[in-house]
Each structure stands twice: as C-alpha cells, then as structure tokens.
Design a protein around this ligand. Structure first.
Ligand code: SAH
Ligand code: SF4
Ligand code: F3S
Length: 471
C-alpha cells in the first residue's frame, strides 16, 4: 500500500518538480536494495526518478569495493560521465556505497568530477549533501552508524518486474573474514525491527509481488532484541532477551504473511545456519528450498587463514544435515581461488568439497587483495596470477559439470515456476525460477509474468531447465 502511495506522489507532483535523479547500482543485492531506499528518501525531498541519465540533474553511482575490478568499473564509468558533465555544467555527480565508504575524501581528491561522497549509513543526509553542492561546495558523509537500518522507509521499487523484491533485514557485518572489505565499508552488524520487515512484506503482497528475498551479509545471525549491534545482546534486559527474534522466527513471521508469496534469503553463513532455520524452511511450502552457503575454500587451513571460523568437516556436516532434513534442497556456493598461501593440494580440497556438496551453482572469484583488510596487512598475496587463473578455470569447469548433473536430475519431473520475464532468446517463451532457484524456460501459451506455472522438464543445459507447462 505504501508502495502505491509513493508512486502516486511522483505522478501527482511531476509537473512542478524539477530536480531529477538517476541512479546506477553495482555490486551485491544489498546495494540494489539500498538504491531503492535512496529513491524513497529523494522522492520525499522533492526529486523525481529518471531512467535517462541525460535528463538528470543528479547522477548517483551506488558502488561496490569487493574486488579491485569492481572499483575499476566505477573509475571507467566516472571517466565516461565527463561527457555528461560537459553537456550539462550544473550536473551533480555523487558516488555512494562501499567504494565511497572505503576511499572517503580520497575519492574527491582523485576524481575531480565527483561532487558528493556518501557511505551506506548516510543516505538520509543525501538531500542536504546535494544542497551543499548547489551552494558551491563538495559534500561528504561517510559516518557509519551502529543503529541505522532505514527501518521505516518504504523503498521505491526501481526497475522492477513487479514480481520479485528485495527486503533488507539487517546491515553491516561483524565477521571479519580476512579477505573481505565489507566490515569496513558497511560497519557493525545490526538487525532491523521485525515488525517493519513484516509490514514491508505485507505492502509488497498487497501490491501484487510474488517473491521476496530477505537480505543480509549473514542472515542466520539476525537477532532483534530492541535495537543496537548484536554484540550488545549480552547487556540486554531479561525482557529484551525473552522477546528476542532470531532468523528462524523472522522467517516464520514472513512466511505467514501470504502463502502465495515465495520467500528467499541471502546470504547464509556456514558457521551460523542452525537446524532450527533448516526445519523452518522445511515447514513452510512458500519458503524456497534453496540455500546460498558460501564455503570460500574446501581446506581447513585456508579457512582458518580466512578467519571463516569453520572447518571443512563442519561445512560438509552442514550440507549433509540440510540434505537429510530437506533432500530436494538446492545449495549454491561462493569460492575464492588462490587465497594467500593456498597450495595445490589445498586447491584440490576445494574441488573435492564442491563435488561432495554437489552445488547447483557457484559464484567463483580469483582472490583480489583489498587495502585495509587483515589479509593485506598480515599475509602475502603470493599465488601467482597465472596460477590463480588456472585454479579458477578448474573450479568453473567442475561447477559447470556439477550444475549439469544437478539439472539432469530434474528431467521428466514437474517443477513449480514463478514466471519473472520473457526468455532472452524468444518472445514465444517465458522464463522463471523453480524453488531451487534454477532458471526454467517454457513456451508461453497463455501464461504471463507473475504466474505460478507447473512445468514438466524435457531437457536441460548447465544453466537452464527446458520444458512445457502442464495444464
Ligand atoms: N557475506 C557473504 C559474502 C559477501 S561478499 C558471505 O559471507 O558469504 C560476496 C563474495 O565475494 C564472498 O562470498 C567472496 O566469495 C567474494 N569476495 C569477498 N572478498 C573478496 C576478495 N577480496 N577477493 C575475491 N573475492 C572476494
Ligand atoms: Fe565479508 Fe565474511 Fe562478512 Fe561475508 S561474512 S561480508 S565474506 S566479512
Ligand atoms: Fe560490494 Fe559492498 Fe556488496 S563491497 S558486494 S556492494 S556490501
């Protein structure tokens, strides 16, 4: 409902509003979700959203800093934006998100055309920052907060298909994996008030959405006890402790909002995913049987160097438990190839862990050293580039085989698909995802985007299940 109000606000005011913002998101789903919060904040302050960068008075890049490449992409984009600025001298350019937080004032020094730098916890300040630039100054706010969750802000859905939406349930990360920049760019872990989460899901359901993804860097560690970082839980009052809501309880609350709304969540951390969460997934038909469970490595010594705080055996036990409780559960992974000091044997352990876990899908990366992280300070990025590349290729090749094998298990079976788009290859075909988050393509007939369709799978590739709707 609130969603619709925001949209009405835009159209009824369009004629008298002049300031238009354009926003591009990079990096993880969290950033895409943040851009929707930013959209809502700006709209409330008299801006309208445009998809035309040349019509905009303000251009925001919501950036990622996770790997060196992510930052290179932004530097290139900023170069290209010089053209926009030439065409429109008054154009304001803002860099938001994780790269803004990492580089702070350096960004203003290094990239002369940037006017605004704002970190992930300072988005309420954006209208003020832009006003400062209009007064002739550069503007920056990179303060991180221990409380900010933008809890009551109803995100303006940007570039939406009207079917799936992200719902942020927490911010920050306290894990300090040695390779990772996120704890520095997003600050301390804090959970969002569950009532505001449930309300947002109700609003999405009323607006016709069919699928939500609950977002956090480590959703299994979600814990609401009345505000503040989780590390302060031990100081909470008895009342707060007794009424605390953990991730399993939140999942249940969200699943109960609308049985026709699919619930997904990302990302799970192997050290924190509890049996209680796994049983909750099993209990509700509308919670998708799919867990993204990044391992990063399959070798205990490397995992220790990464400060992941679990062993190879722990990880495999979690996978086995998931499969025992929910045999059909899809599991996907993130893998880093060539972390500091990784030997050939240790790399082989990653390959064997992948095979044993039978991942349906993985995001796979070469290790990229990040300034300020513990790995950069205390370890040597000593795996040569060509070795990292070769290991990554082996990881990708294996994953392609595993994905194909996993997809083949669906041949002849019926899967329930939520249609989210037309197939990229043909307008006569629709595309959607099954419960396990695998892409399914089938002839359109009379079905539409947003429909649930039962599809019988006839053939597969390593990325797609192909079949026909069952009437
Ligand atoms: N919170 C999530 C991941 C967030 S970052 C988790 O803990 O799983 C997404 C992925 O980027 C990570 O899982 C990791 O595989 C990868 N990544 C993070 N830092 C990296 C680095 N310095 N080099 C290469 N890959 C990295
Ligand atoms: Fe980064 Fe580790 Fe936190 Fe994930 S859990 S965001 S990899 S520090
Ligand atoms: Fe990138 Fe920040 Fe997400 S570094 S991966 S946008 S949390």
């Amino acid at each position: 409902m609130q969603e619709i109000q925001v949209l009405e606000g835009i159209s009824s005011n369009t004629t008298e509003l002049k300031k238009q913002f354009y926003i591009e998101s990079y990096g993880c789903a969290m950033n895409f979700s943040d851009s929707e919060i930013i959209g809502s904040i700006l709209t409330e302050h008299g801006y309208t959203h445009t998809n035309d960068e040349f019509a905009a008075n303000v251009i925001f890049l919501n950036t990622c800093a996770i790997r060196d490449n992510a930052e290179k992409t932004i530097r290139d984009r900023l170069k290209a934006l010089r053209n926009n600025k030439k065409k429109n001298q008054d154009l304001i350019i803002g860099v938001l998100g994780c790269m803004a937080e990492r580089l702070k004032t350096k960004l203003l020094e290094e990239e002369k055309l940037v006017d605004v730098v704002a970190g992930p916890d300072s988005y309420r300040d954006l209208p003020k920052l832009v006003a400062e630039v209009e007064d002739g100054n550069k503007a920056i706010n990179v303060l991180l907060s221990r409380e900010e969750t933008y809890a009551e802000i109803s995100p303006m859905r940007l570039n939406t298909n009207g079917v799936s939406a992200f719902v942020s349930i927490m911010r920050g990360c306290d894990n300090m994996c040695t390779f990772c920049v996120v704890p520095f760019t997003r600050g301390r872990e804090r959970s969002r008030n569950p009532e505001s989460i449930v309300q947002e899901v109700r609003d999405l359901s009323a607006a016709g959405y069919k699928e939500i993804t609950l977002l956090g860097q480590n959703v299994d560690s979600y814990l609401w006890f009345g505000g503040g970082p989780k590390v302060e839980f031990k100081n909470a009052s008895e009342d707060q402790k007794n009424s605390a809501v953990n991730f399993a309880a939140l999942l249940e609350m969200v699943a109960l909002v609308d049985p026709n709304m699919r619930i997904r969540f990302s990302t799970s951390h192997p050290k924190d995913i509890s049996n209680e969460v796994i049983y909750t997934i099993k209990k509700y038909d509308n919670i998708c049987k799919y867990i993204h469970l990044p391992a990063q490595s399959g070798n205990t010594r490397v995992l220790e160097a990464m400060n992941r705080t679990y062993t190879r055996e722990w990880y495999l036990e979690r996978v086995n438990t998931i499969r025992e409780i929910i045999p059909e559960c899809g599991i996907s992974c993130d893998i880093i190839a060539g972390f500091c000091t990784e030997t050939e044997e240790e790399h082989q352990d990653t390959l064997s862990l992948m095979a044993l876990s039978r991942f349906g899908f993985s995001y796979m990366y070469k290790y990229s050293e990040r300034p300020g992280t513990l790995a950069q300070k205390k370890m040597t990025d000593d795996v040569p580039e060509d070795v990292k590349s070769r290991r990554l290729t082996e990881i990708i090749t294996l994953q392609n085989q595993l994905s194909l094998q996993n997809n083949q298990t669906f041949i002849g079976k019926e899967v329930r698909v939520l249609v989210d788009s037309f197939s990229k290859k043909s307008k006569d075909d629709l595309s959607g995802r099954n419960d396990q988050n695998i892409k399914v393509v089938f002839p359109k007939e009379n079905y539409q985007i947003g429909d649930y369709v039962n599809v019988k799978i006839e053939r597969v590739t390593s990325t797609t299940l192909i079949g026909k709707a069952i009437n």
